[in-house]
Design a binder for this molecule. Structure first.
Ligand SMILES: [Zn+2]
Length: 206
């Protein structure tokens, strides 16, 4: 792509660093911004800048939060005896939108994936095990996507919990293999949580 403006080229380059945005789309977006009032671009820049500066991670569940403890963890009405284990905040949002779950979450920050260089140490697994051992937690619900990485991660955590008096379950897989949680419709996902099955059963079937 030949640019007659270095400024335009720089902006397009930065935009094209985002996932799913090729050079052509980046150019279209940048030209769109240029056609809009300058304040519009300023709002975008401010929102992203403030996000990066002020965003926090909940010290309890590791989810993205505006405060040290997120709204879910600090809500006294939530059931503290059940923890739903998810990959990232998108899963929390998807499950919250079902309105079917009143427990807490634990955000791992990814899945074990040796090919991508992600081992257990890169994830928030230790704090989950500590929580499962020390707190008044009665049940862990595995709600990772039904991929090989998801299964590996579930199994790793399950093995770490050997000898710990805690119930482990997994969401019922009405959700197809390789479907990410965030794409499951709310009704299906809500039902999967309500109809969760003991984790050992899922192992036997797998
Ligand atoms: Zn939290």
């Amino acid at each position: 792509m030949e640019f007659s403006s270095k400024l335009l080229e720089n902006a397009v380059y930065e935009m094209s660093q985002l996932p799913g945005i090729g050079k052509r789309t980046a150019l279209r977006l940048v030209l769109h911004l240029l056609r809009q009032p300058e304040t519009q671009t300023q709002h975008l820049v401010n929102a992203l800048g403030t996000l990066r500066k002020e965003i926090k991670f909940c010290k309890v569940c590791h989810s993205i939060s505006d405060m040290d403890t997120c709204e879910i963890c600090s809500n006294p009405v939530r059931n503290r005896k059940i923890i739903c284990v998810v990959e990232d905040i998108r899963d929390v949002m998807a499950i919250e939108s079902t309105g079917q779950y009143r427990g807490l979450y634990h955000v791992l920050g990814g899945k074990i994936s040796p090919l991508d260089g992600v081992g257990p140490q890169e994830l928030h697994i230790n704090s989950l095990i500590e929580k499962a051992k020390s707190d008044n937690v009665e049940e862990l619900i595995f709600a990772l996507s039904a991929t090989m990485e998801g299964d590996t991660t579930n199994f790793f955590i399950y093995k770490q919990l050997e000898g710990v008096d805690i119930k482990t379950s997994t969401i019922a897989r009405g959700i197809g293999v390789n479907d990410e949680l965030e794409y499951a419709d709310e009704v299906t996902l809500g039902r999967s949580i309500l109809n969760r099955i003991p984790f050992v059963n899922a192992l036997r079937n797998g």
